[in-house]
Design a protein around this ligand. Sequence first.
Ligand code: FE2
Ligand code: FE2
Length: 290
Amino acid sequence: MNTAAESVLIHPSDTHLTRARQPLHGGVDSDAQLARALRALPHAGLDVTAIVVTGDIADEGDEDAYTRARALLEPVAAQLDARLVWVMGNHDDRAAFRRALHGEEPSTAPVDAVVDLDGLRLVVLDTSVPGSHHGELSDDQLSWLQHVLPAAAPRGTVIAMHHPPLPLPFGFLGMTGLRGQERLAEVLAGSDVRGILAGHLHYAAHSTFAGIPVTAAAATCYTADILAAHGSMRGVDAGQAFDIVHVYDDRILHSTVPISESPALYEVTAEQLRAFMSLSPEEREALAHA
Ligand SMILES: [Fe+2]
Ligand SMILES: [Fe+2]
């Protein structure tokens, strides 16, 4: 199979940048976590089409948090010549999100959008419910989606939404899930939607919804300890990650990148690899068994 992807998407989620850069839950510098996530991207040799941030960008919906998110992400997107796509989460504020991230007039209407990524249609759905932590799509949003989807996109559709349409089997988190999933399933039936990117869980999860693959990326800020005793809630400063999404013509590949400081155990330089690849298959084989 051809290893060149149609599109490469960078998928961070739940950056939770705080008001005035206060430590998140008293212990995490979420700005630094995001910066750490982005650090290697410009030098990784990826042909990135878009960076898609699936919500909870600000911890409390502050404009200064959005301004800092732009300051961290926009230069990287520019370096990669990639689109930057923001998705609303339950910790975000629609008015501040609109004003600070999009330079638009503040409004409390859902922030839904269609973004064309060279023939791949990215549909951004705002599952937030102002004042609540659970997710929901209104009748208007569902009928908008019903009008968007029938005209198939050349390379199909990927949906980006904060609340994943999945069961949440771990304790209290189940209270904050996406409601009305059966209605969304009806709208997606028979559509060209190839995948759903989500966040919200603060742990990585993979499943299907109405036959469509769903991937919730872990958070960049902190992780939910899903084995916390007796179904209690416990956030931990470990396991933060983001995903790299390769969209091929016949499948979508999600690769998870840990954000933690990682001491190298070994390294083969790009020059050494190039030299190795320039050898004949027989020479490579001989070297591999030397
Ligand atoms: Fe979150
Ligand atoms: Fe969330």
